[in-house]
Design a protein around this ligand. Structure first.
Ligand SMILES: [Zn+2]
Ligand SMILES: [Zn+2]
Length: 547
């Protein structure tokens, strides 16, 4: 007699054997944006063995219920170690969620309620005259106008969500900008804009000229409004390689037409050379970040910060949108961080996978990421268009490897830098680097290498575009007296930055809402050209300084 062995089916625990804990968002919390990010851990009680997970990669199942408790969507999310991360598109009002693992369920509720404001960011897909609107993509990848709009809509929601998440991590509240569709449900999630500029002409313009032209054209159009900032993508971007494999980022850029990544004032504008690597829906976000397909540089732009993969391109180009949008919210440059070159690792924010997952396995390629040659070429320059407007362009820099150099637990008390500390220490000109170090420590601990410095986070947290309108604040002014070098606002000064001619933040103070703040003597070094300050109701001062 032959005994046939049937494979054992994994079984769920008979009892409630696990604890699901959400670490970033409270039960019942209200958020002003529609794409919710949920992360946390799953532990098994009393070191019991879970048979459910014996033969399977652990998956968390997320159920989204509508108000009358019927199931709207169901999605599953990878658990790595004990960690999970999920994304879910919320509908307006209360959203009931059930997180399920094995025989354990956790009910959670999140409300989506946009703020009361007129200030919004409008995602735009620009189609030049004579162009069919199809973006460059490999064979088999959808590249229609509709597909572009879906990808841009998801990308903008990810940036909106990431901004809120990173501000919450800085302890400044879960704040972010509103998208057009948050405030106007009739509006498309991404609006198609037919430009009067011919495709031939657009492809001959420099990035700065593209920014300037479309900034003007959009503002003159019926969409133009001082209450609106545009995040725009140009359909006619084209990569035309000259036959040989590009060795440097400059060589890649020299093969581009209609390529741009610039932000400032009311417009952040981007080429679409890597839009084909972006997700068309929330369910595609994680797989797209983890996509290790190699970019064939014979045909397609590689904007992956030397990772050479589709996932790397998605991560870097989405990060650049975050960075350039930051400039439209009056942020300058900082060392590291999203406003430095710390925007290549957005994949780490949204996936539980380690960073190497979206780098290709080619050892040579990986070496280049941290080689001295690529370090030497690291730069991030800014050009000034107008007195008040900084516009930047990007150049490659190495990706930083996550390192556990800070031997500190998240619970250990942080050194608090008070107003007086900063004033006294300002003469040593060491504040800026101190501030950056504080933020870096946090980012190393959260492990995703993506953060705003304290100074950037403070500007955003008190920015008009990040807060509800309060009519009583209209009479409050923030002023700067150049003779006494004193800032005054009855609402309290929240952040002061001294920047150099490249827009780099040289020194910064966060004066805890003092009604007046005098720059400490000697704090305006020879490299300082501009003062930027903000008060607690979002008034901004940008002042050219003479030493
Ligand atoms: Zn179990
Ligand atoms: Zn920049």
């Amino acid at each position: 007699m032959v005994l046939l062995k049937t494979p054992k089916q994994p079984q769920a625990c008979m009892v409630d054997n696990h604890v699901i804990s959400i670490t970033n968002i409270r039960n019942g919390e209200s958020i002003c944006y529609s794409l919710a990010f949920i992360k946390g851990h799953i532990h098994t009680k009393n070191q019991n063995v879970c048979h459910f997970n014996e033969n399977l990669e652990g998956k968390l199942v997320l159920h989204h219920l509508n108000p009358n408790d019927s199931l709207m969507s169901i999605s599953d999310w990878v658990i790595l170690g004990t960690e999970f991360k999920c994304l879910i598109n919320l509908h307006r009002g209360d959203n009931d969620l059930i997180l399920e693992y094995c025989a354990t369920k956790l009910k959670w509720s999140i409300e989506y309620c946009p703020r009361r404001t007129v200030f919004r960011v409008m995602p735009i897909y620009i189609i030049c005259k004579g162009h069919n609107g199809e973006f460059q993509a490999p064979n088999g990848e959808e590249n229609t106008i509709q597909s572009a709009c879906r990808r841009i809509a998801v990308g903008c929601k990810l940036i909106q969500c990431l901004t809120a998440e990173k501000l919450a991590e800085s302890g400044l509240g879960r704040k972010t900008f509103q998208l057009e569709n948050d405030l106007n449900t009739q509006a498309a999630e991404c609006t198609v804009f037919h430009s009067q500029l011919s495709v031939e002409r657009a492809r001959r313009l420099s990035p700065e000229e593209l920014w300037e032209h479309f900034g003007r054209e959009l503002m003159m159009s019926p969409l133009g409004s001082n209450n609106r900032k545009f995040v725009a993508f140009l359909s006619c971007t084209r990569y035309i390689p000259n036959g040989k494999k590009p060795g440097t980022y400059e060589e890649i850029l020299s093969s581009m037409e209609g390529h741009v990544a610039l932000g400032g004032g009311g417009l952040a504008i981007f080429g679409t050379g890597c839009l084909h690597t972006w997700p068309r829906g929330v369910e595609e976000v994680v797989p797209r970040f983890l996509n290790v397909t190699q970019v064939d540089t014979q045909y397609l732009m590689d904007d992956s910060c030397f990772r050479g993969t589709y996932g790397g391109c998605f991560s870097t180009t989405l990060g650049s949108v975050c960075h350039e949008l930051g400039h439209t919210f009056d942020l300058g440059h900082t060392e590291g961080s999203i406003m430095g070159r710390g925007f290549d690792n957005l994949n780490l924010v949204f996936t539980v996978h380690t960073k190497n997952d979206n780098e290709k396995l080619d050892k040579e390629k990986n070496k280049r990421v941290s080689s001295p040659a690529s370090k030497a070429s690291a730069q991030h320059a800014t050009v000034s268009f107008t007195k008040v407007l900084n516009v930047s362009y990007r150049a490659p820099s190495p990706i930083r490897k996550p390192i556990n150099k800070f031997n500190r637990t998240p619970d250990s008390p942080k050194r608090k830098l008070s107003f007086t500390d900063l004033s006294i220490r300002s003469s040593q000109e060491s504040i800026a680097s101190d501030t950056v170090d504080e933020s870096q420590t946090t980012s190393e601990l959260s492990g995703d290498l993506t953060y705003w410095t304290k100074s950037c986070a403070t500007i955003l947290a008190f920015h008009r575009w990040f807060n509800s309108e309060a009519p009583q604040n209209k009479s409050i002014n923030l002023t700067f007296d150049n003779a006494t070098k004193t800032l005054s606002s009855s609402a309290g000064v929240c952040v002061v930055e001294l920047r150099d001619s490249s827009g780099l933040v040289v020194t910064t103070w966060q004066p805890q809402r003092c009604s007046s703040f005098q720059l400490p003597p000697g704090s305006i070094g020879h490299q300082v050209t501009t003062l930027v300050a903000e008060d607690s109701v979002g008034n901004l001062v940008k002042q050219t300084l003479s030493t």
